[in-house]
Design a protein around this ligand. Structure first.
Ligand code: ADP
Length: 461
């Protein structure tokens, strides 16, 4: 029943009751009857008023509770809608409002979750800066790049927690000019190179803000530098033997007719230079293969003992020719390791080849395998010329040779040990060197045999 009808009926009932009471009082002769009639009417009026007020205050109270719950983000609560009057309509409208609000808020939440997901997983750092220079929004990449916490950035000027005047300058420039600013800046301690891009934007509320996108380019720059150095080194390294070849061939051309004995010597030297050149190209090919295979190396359970025997057999003759004793020490029942066999053959070959080249006649070279619970050590030891302590950290650098002339004389390229290091890294193996000048050198490659090596296998196969 509508509220208006309810009120009309209530007032009509009240009027009838008042009328009947008045008639009863006027007609009655006894005081008792008069008082009883008046009390009866009063009780009826009170009951009617109670019913009327109750039918309004209870639903209004429920609506108040619902409004309070909505204000505190609880949009699940609903009002009963069994009444067919304006209060029932109002309850329905409030319920509808709660449903629509919930839908809109869920939509906004899902949009925000998507935006957060993108921001959280971006490699680039993002800073949103208000027109007065305070950071409004940031993402985890910023924390990583600058080693700061977002709570220390948001609400403050960038310089408050990121102490880079170059970055601050670029931000101010973009805020003041309202133009895009692109720059590269360096951070010290720890050293980082960053590419920064500041873009003026207008947000949904019409406010001017600056969006800073910051990319850590330390690694790409380093790779670029290494590549440039590598090309420069190769050009330099190739130039020497090529110039030698040119000189020899010119001399040979002049002497071939007149001086056949010297010509023979020149041809021998020509052959040696060519061998060095071929050796270098071979090692460069090895190096590039190892680097390109780094991600896709095919590893399989491998028997290090078998590989050491294979390399040993190809070097016995060379060692004997130089008056050296090459011995292999391979225990029985060695555990298998997960490895790329071709790469391991190259590693062992380079170490044995070095030991032969840097050990004078009469020396000994021992290649040993030692296993424990979780590792196998490959040890290549010689009693050759040895290395000074200060040289040891540098010998794994590309093209580094302790004694250039000696290395070249023995067909060295300065690439052998950098190949060894690369291969060891590909197999999660540790390389260590123990050497003393004039006493000898021991290289130890420590290969993991347990789950560590299997994980590596799964990763790469
Ligand atoms: P290279 O082709 O010149 O031998 P490597 O990268 O194999 O280049 O080795 C780098 C340098 O380390 C060599 O020039 C040499 O001086 C030193 N070296 C390597 N192995 C030995 C060794 N067994 N004994 C002494 N010195 C060595």
């Amino acid at each position: 029943m509508r509220i208006r009808n309810k009120l009309v009926i209530s007032y009509a009932l009240l009027s009838i009751l008042v009328f009947l009471t008045t008639v009863l009082i006027l007609r009655s002769s006894s005081t008792v009857t008069m008082v009883a009639g008046a009390i009866g009417v009063a009780i009826l009026v009170v009951l009617l008023s109670y019913w009327l007020s109750n039918s309004f205050t209870t639903p209004l109270g429920e609506m108040m509770v619902m409004a309070e719950r909505m204000a505190s983000d609880d949009l699940e609560h609903r009002l009963p809608v069994e009444r067919n009057d304006e209060i029932g309509d109002l309850s329905k409208s409030l319920n509808n409002l709660a449903v629509k609000l919930k839908g809109r808020i869920d939509e906004l939440r899902s949009e925000k979750a998507k935006a957060d997901l993108i921001l959280d997983n971006m490699a680039e750092g993002i800073l949103l800066i208000s027109s007065n220079g305070e950071v409004v929004l940031t993402n985890p990449a910023i924390e990583r790049i600058f080693n700061v916490k977002s709570v220390d950035i948001i609400g403050y000027p960038v310089i408050h927690s990121i102490h880079s005047f170059d970055l601050d300058h670029a931000i101010q420039e973009s805020i003041v000019s309202g133009k895009e600013v692109v720059d590269e800046i360096d951070l010290q301690a720890p050293f980082r190179q960053l590419r920064i891009r500041m873009m003026p934007i207008i947000n949904g509320m019409g406010e001017r803000q600056t969006l800073a996108v910051i990319r850590d380019i330390t690694r790409p720059k380093q790779v670029e530098r290494l590549r440039k150095d590598f090309v420069a080194n190769i050009s330099h390294e190739l130039k020497t033997p090529l110039t030698g070849l040119k000189l020899l061939s010119e001399t040979l051309l002049r002497s071939i007719e007149t001086d056949p004995t010297s010509s023979k010597v020149f041809i021998k030297r020509l052959d040696k230079e060519l061998s060095t050149l071929i050796g270098m190209v071979r090692k460069l090919i090895d190096l590039s293969k190892i680097e390109t295979q780094q991600e896709g190396a095919v590893k399989e359970p491998s028997d290090l003992g078998e590989l050491v025997r294979e390399v040993g057999s190809s070097f016995f003759q060379l060692a004997a020719n130089k008056g050296l004793t090459l011995s292999l020490h391979i225990p029985e029942n060695l555990p298998l390791i997960s490895a790329d066999k071709d790469q391991l053959l190259t590693l062992i070959r380079n170490l044995v080849d070095n030991a032969i080249r840097y050990t004078p006649c009469g020396g000994t070279i021992d290649v040993m395998l030692e296993a424990n619970d979780s590792h196998i050590n490959l040890i290549v030891s010689d009693n050759g010329i040895g290395l000074a302590k200060r040289e040891i950290p540098r010998i794994f650098e590309r093209f580094y040779r302790v004694d250039k002339a000696r290395s070249r004389e023995t067909g060295g390229t300065g690439l052998g040990l950098s190949i060894v290091k690369h291969i060891a890294e590909n197999h999660s193996a540790n390389v260590s060197v123990d050497s003393s000048l004039g006493i000898g050198t021991t290289f130890t490659i420590d290969f993991p045999t347990g789950p560590e090596s299997e994980t590596e296998n799964q990763k790469t196969s």
